[in-house]
Every structure is written in structure tokens, then in C-alpha cells.
Write a protein that binds this ligand. Structure first.
Ligand SMILES: Cc1cc2nc3c(=O)[nH]c(=O)nc-3n(C[C@H](O)[C@H](O)[C@H](O)COP(=O)(O)OP(=O)(O)OC[C@H]3O[C@@H](n4cnc5c(N)ncnc54)[C@H](O)[C@@H]3O)c2cc1C
Ligand SMILES: *[C@@H]1O[C@H](CO)[C@@H](O)[C@H](O)[C@H]1NC(C)=O
Ligand SMILES: *[C@@H]1O[C@H](CO)[C@@H](O)[C@H](O)[C@H]1NC(C)=O
Length: 408
């Protein structure tokens, strides 16, 4: 008996979902040493639009210190390698950043002109703040604690990153089909995947498959009911500031002014961004807290954006920075992220990355707040699982879907 050469089996691989996880998986499949476009087909089946969900609307922080420990350092390093290889600094705004937890005091900026703010920094002087972090209102910083530095922390524009990975996969033969998966079919006798059904312009179609990767983010449960996910919604805004901001990603708690001039202020995360292929100018991204008010809609295109929630984010960030205050909001948006942990106070768990028990059916979802960061590691290990049967770049035992899948 002769052993088959590795990778010589024909494969029809269908990736369901063109978010950052699906696109990264497609990218790494097309870069795998066993990949041969003559015998392997790779399809991204995307219901609406590449990066139309949270993958196009996230903050884009990358951290070697992120969770899970088995995937975060590999992903962080792979982000840097991808940026270097494909011009990510210019195309998707990859750069190193500082990151800090800060306590800030909101101010009524209307009353603080740039001239006033230069002299009035009583509180700022009592707190050690890096001098390059010069875009907060003087007097607004009550405490500063570094959480990451340029050696272990970076950022990308998630929309451009995801879209470019999809294009790079297409360059090597992957196909994108716009259609919504409705079911995955497997043969009862051998428990192996045979096809995907999907709807396209009202018609039901089918694609033969040897391998299916379920990476439809929070929508994955609608295709495979044994996956249970929560889907918190988050609102965000993108601002064009009045001048460029130094690269400090801030996780603030913002206190209301004691005289009550601003009520119930939010504490949005703040991400200054460099220019990239999407915007040829520096911008600032800010996102508010999660909510569960509106359940996950059918598609990324039907996500409701609550104008008030976006305005609340804007009100908060302009209360701590003159440069942000003097800028303009260019995008208001909302998105849902795929979350495994059942309660907010539970420890972070997941994502689930690996086999399902049905031959050829793979899962890659539940990335919660670190999907952009962990996409390269996830895509790389998925490509190894599919072509080699097991991952070797990282030990993903703790992410095995068997820990998370429920009964039917
Ligand atoms: C406000 C906010 C800020 C964030 N900030 C960060 C951050 O700074 N750093 C970080 O690492 N992560 C961040 N995240 C998390 C990150 O955005 C997610 O973890 C990540 O985008 C999930 O990617 P995904 O590919 O799994 O899902 P998605 O981006 O949701 O992609 C799933 C895709 O599947 C498609 N789909 C759905 N149903 C079907 C179907 N039936 N058939 C075919 N396709 C289908 C959808 O249209 C969608 O395009 C943030 C998230 C939010 C909400
Ligand atoms: C309230 O306090 C803030 C800063 O603490 C100040 O900027 C603002 O002018 C005050 N507003 C009123 C109405 O006194
Ligand atoms: C499983 O069975 C189906 C039909 O019975 C067949 O088409 C498919 O090739 C089989 N798959 C494997 C991996 O044996």
C-alpha cells in the first residue's frame, strides 16, 4: 500500500462568513504549502458584504497580551508579518501604539478655549502623563496607567484589513460568492459533510463541499444550532479631528463635572488612527458600552443604529479633548460581536476553533472583543487543521469546539 502525498486529496472548501475570521482563514488556506488551485477550491460564502459586520466596525486594537494565551502572541506576531509582507502600514493602517487605562474628568469644552486650556493644568501636573499624549484637555487626567506599549500593542483599521485579506485570497484563486447559507448537509452513514445550501436572490442553491468552515460571527448559531452565542451590540463613531492625535489608545472612565453641566456621561474607548487606503487623513474611532436592547437582526445590513447612542459617545469624547471637540463626526455605526461567555462577569472563554465531530465541518467563531487581533492565528491554525488534520503553530486544545457545543 502506498501512502498518498500530503495535500493530494481534492478538496472543496467553503467558508461561511466573510468577516475577519473567514477572510483570514481563506488567506491562510491559499498560502498553505499543500494548497494547489488545480485540485482545491476555496469559496467564501458571504450573506451581505465582506467586513459588513463587526469586522468592519471594530476598534482594531492588537495586543500580544490579549486572550486566549494560546492564540494571542501568535496572532500579534502574524499581524506584524502580514503588514510587512503586504504593505499593511499604508493599506490598513497597521502601527504600534501605546495603550492606557485613564481616569478623566469631563469638562464643558464650550467654556475652555485653547488659550485657557494651555495654562489651566492643575490636575494634570499631579499625574504622570507621557508628554506626547498632548490631546487631552489639561486638568482632565486624574490617573494614568499604561496597559500596553509599542513593543506589545498595535492597531489596524479592521475594515481595510479584512477586505485586503479577502482580495489577497482571491489573488491566489479563492472565490467570493454573495449568498446566505441556510443549511449544511452531511451524510448520515459516514457523518461527513457533503454540501451547503444557500439562498441567493430568492433562489435556493447548493454547493458540494468536503470541508465547511463556520465563521459567520454572531450569526453562526442560526446555521448550526449546537453553537450558542450571545450577541452584544456596540455603537461607535469615527471622527475627523482638528489636528492629528498621537498614537495612544485609551480606555477611560470619564467622570461627570461636579457642577452637573454634563449628565450621565459615557466612558467610550478611544482609538486615534493613522491615514490608510480608506481615509487619507488621521481619524479617531470611539465606541461606547455594549447593549442587548435590540436582538441580532437577520443580516449585517439590517443592524439598527441608534443615533442617540452615537451622539452620547460623541458628547463624551469631546468633553475630554479640544482637538476631538473641534473635529467632525464622519461615521455613526453599530455592530454585534460573537460572545461565548454566558454572563458578563464570567471569565473570558473561547473562541471555538476546530472540528465539530462531523467530518469536514469546522468552527471558528466566538472571538468576542479580540476577533481582529486573533484573526491571523485563527486563520493559520484552521488552514493547518484542514490541510494537515491538526494545528501545529499553536496548541488549540482549550479552544476545541467540544468544550462549547451544546446538544441539538
Ligand atoms: C464596538 C466593537 C469594538 C471592537 N474592538 C475590537 C478591537 O479593538 N480589537 C479586536 O481584536 N476586536 C474588536 N472587536 C471584536 C471584533 O470586531 C470581532 O470579534 C470580530 O469582528 C468577529 O469577526 P467574525 O468574522 O467572527 O464575525 P463578523 O465580522 O460578524 O463576520 C461574520 C460574517 O458572516 C456573515 N454571515 C452571517 N450569516 C451568514 C450566512 N447565513 N451565510 C453567509 N454569511 C453569513 C455576515 O454577513 C458577516 O459578514 C470589537 C467589536 C465591537 C462590536
Ligand atoms: C462646570 O465645570 C466644568 C469643569 O469642571 C467647567 O468647564 C464648566 O464651565 C462648569 N460649568 C458651569 C455651568 O459652571
Ligand atoms: C460520505 O458519504 C457520502 C454519500 O453517502 C459521499 O458522497 C461522501 O463522499 C462520503 N464522504 C466521505 C469522507 O467518505
Amino acid at each position: 500500500m502506498t501512502l498518498k502525498a500530503p495535500g493530494s486529496e481534492p478538496k472543496n472548501i467553503i467558508i461561511i462568513g466573510g468577516g475577519v475570521i473567514g477572510c483570514s482563514t481563506a488567506y491562510f488556506l491559499t498560502r498553505h504549502e499543500y494548497y494547489n488551485p488545480k485540485i482545491h477550491s476555496i469559496v467564501i460564502l458571504e450573506a451581505s458584504k465582506i467586513a459588513g459586520g463587526s469586522s468592519g466596525k471594530a476598534g482594531g486594537l492588537l495586543a500580544e497580551w490579549a486572550t486566549p494565551k494560546c492564540l494571542a502572541p501568535l496572532s500579534f506576531k502574524t499581524h506584524a508579518a502580514l503588514a510587512k509582507k503586504h504593505g499593511g502600514d499604508e493599506i490598513w493602517g497597521h502601527r504600534s501604539v501605546y495603550c492606557a487605562d485613564v481616569e478623566l474628568q469631563a469638562q464643558d469644552v464650550r467654556n475652555v478655549g485653547p488659550a485657557d486650556s494651555a495654562k489651566n493644568d492643575v490636575i494634570a501636573q499631579s499625574v504622570e502623563v507621557p508628554s506626547e499624549l498632548d490631546w487631552l484637555l489639561p486638568g482632565s487626567v486624574k490617573s494614568y496607567k499604561e496597559a500596553g506599549n509599542p513593543s506589545n500593542t498595535a492597531q489596524v483599521n479592521p475594515y481595510m484589513f479584512t477586505k485586503t485579506l479577502a482580495e489577497l485570497a482571491e489573488d491566489k484563486g479563492a472565490k467570493i460568492i454573495i449568498g446566505s447559507a441556510t443549511a449544511v448537509d452531511y451524510a448520515e452513514d459516514n457523518q461527513s459533510i457533503v454540501s451547503v445550501q444557500y439562498s441567493q436572490n430568492g433562489a435556493i442553491k447548493s454547493l458540494a463541499a468536503t470541508d465547511i468552515v463556520l465563521s459567520a460571527g454572531p450569526w453562526t448559531s442560526k446555521i448550526f444550532s449546537r453553537v450558542h452565542l450571545k450577541a452584544p451590540r456596540g455603537h461607535s463613531v469615527v471622527i475627523k479631528p482638528s489636528r492629528n492625535l498621537s498614537p495612544y489608545v485609551l480606555f477611560p472612565t470619564i467622570a461627570t463635572p461636579p457642577n452637573g453641566s454634563l449628565e450621565n456621561i459615557l466612558s467610550p474607548e478611544i482609538y486615534p488612527r493613522p491615514g490608510d487606503r480608506l481615509h487619507d487623513f488621521d481619524s479617531v474611532y470611539a465606541c461606547g458600552p455594549d447593549d442587548y436592547e435590540v436582538p441580532l437582526p437577520d443580516t449585517s445590513e439590517s443592524v439598527a443604529v441608534d443615533d442617540q447612542s452615537c451622539n452620547d459617545v460623541w458628547t463624551a469624547v469631546k468633553s475630554i479633548s479640544q482637538v476631538i471637540h473641534d473635529g467632525e463626526v464622519i461615521t455613526k455605526q453599530a455592530c454585534y460581536r460573537p460572545q461565548i461567555r454566558p454572563h458578563e462577569e464570567d471569565e473570558e472563554v473561547g473562541p471555538m476553533v476546530g472540528p465539530t465531530g462531523i467530518k469536514g465541518l469546522w468552527l471558528a467563531t466566538g472571538h468576542d472583543e479580540w476577533g481582529i487581533q486573533n484573526a491571523p492565528g485563527t486563520g493559520l491554525v484552521m488552514s493547518e487543521m484542514i490541510f494537515e488534520g491538526a494545528a501545529h503553530s499553536a496548541n488549540c486544545d482549550s479552544l476545541d469546539p467540544k468544550h462549547f457545543l451544546k446538544g441539538d
